[in-house]
Design a protein around this ligand. Structure first.
Ligand SMILES: C[S@@+](CC[C@H](N)C(=O)[O-])C[C@H]1O[C@@H](n2cnc3c(N)ncnc32)[C@H](O)[C@@H]1O
Length: 247
């Protein structure tokens, strides 16, 4: 009997510890089975990464681009846009017709279109498309003032980064900026780990600079994403933000 009581006490202590560690996550886990709206948001969160951070990550994304000079008249391409965690804020902020979002996953674009309808943003005329060519096959001849690539560069191997840089050199206006983040230091990322079937790659800034050079592009570090408002609680807050411009 004493053993059973001890086991129950251990389970109780562990649940309390778990709850204290991640109260928000535990509450979402419980309530998503009761409230359909929480379940829908849970599914969206799972499509972009950490659960329970949609609004904070949205604020980080729009805040970062505004700090870096984004204005409503600018044309923006959001590569790996997912179901529009940042996209909704960008579309709201930009003039009609100035937002393009592409993603390799069809279900992300389906969800993105559903959200646009639900929120009533069709009048802002966002362009959304599935693409496995970084927009080469869908957006040829278009030019962008800003190209945003949030939480995606580290899912690309060197061959794909090379393809992306070539495409950036086609898309950027003369004063345009590409902004994206790579894994920074320190980090807890294991190279053989996966998120949603995507591998993780730790890129060296010097190697990326040389790759950018081939396409007459300059690459520089802007600082860790935590300094741009990325939530400190999340593992990837040490990620390094990069800016790529024409030489
Ligand atoms: C971690 S999620 C980030 C989503 C969004 N950028 C954000 O920060 O809210 C990474 C996204 O990149 C997309 N992705 C991965 N590889 C891609 C590729 N080669 N081309 C386009 N999208 C890609 C995934 O489908 C996923 O939606």
């Amino acid at each position: 009997m004493a053993i059973i009581i001890r086991i129950f006490k251990k389970i109780f202590d562990y649940s309390q510890w778990l709850f204290k560690q991640n109260k928000k996550r535990v509450l979402i886990e419980i309530f998503r089975h009761i409230f359909p709206s929480i379940q829908r948001q849970y599914k969206l969160d799972r499509m972009v990464g950490p659960v329970g951070y949609w609004s904070e990550l949205q604020a980080y994304q729009i805040g970062t681009l505004k700090k870096l000079g984004l204005q409503p008249h600018h044309k923006l391409l959001d590569i790996g846009c997912g179901p529009l965690q940042g996209g909704i804020a960008f579309i709201n902020y930009l003039n009609a017709g100035n937002y393009c979002g592409i993603d390799i996953k069809e279900n992300s674009i389906v969800e993105a279109k559903r959200l646009i309808n639900k929120i009533g943003l069709i009048s802002k005329k966002p362009f959304l498309s599935v693409s496995n060519s970084f927009g080469k096959d869908e957006l040829s001849k278009k030019k962008f003032d800003y190209i945003w690539c949030s939480q995606m560069l580290y899912h690309l191997d060197e061959c794909l980064i090379n393809e992306l840089f070539q495409q950036i050199s086609e898309f950027l206006t003369s004063q345009g900026k590409f902004i994206g983040d790579i894994i920074g230091f320190p980090n807890n990322v294991k190279e053989d780990s996966y998120w949603d079937n995507f591998s993780f790659y730790k890129h060296e800034v010097e190697v990326l600079k040389k790759m950018a050079n081939k396409y007459e592009l300059s690459l520089r570090k802007l600082g860790q994403i935590i300094t741009f408002g990325y939530p400190a609680k999340l593992d990837l807050h040490t990620n390094e933000l990069l800016e790529i411009t024409r030489k």
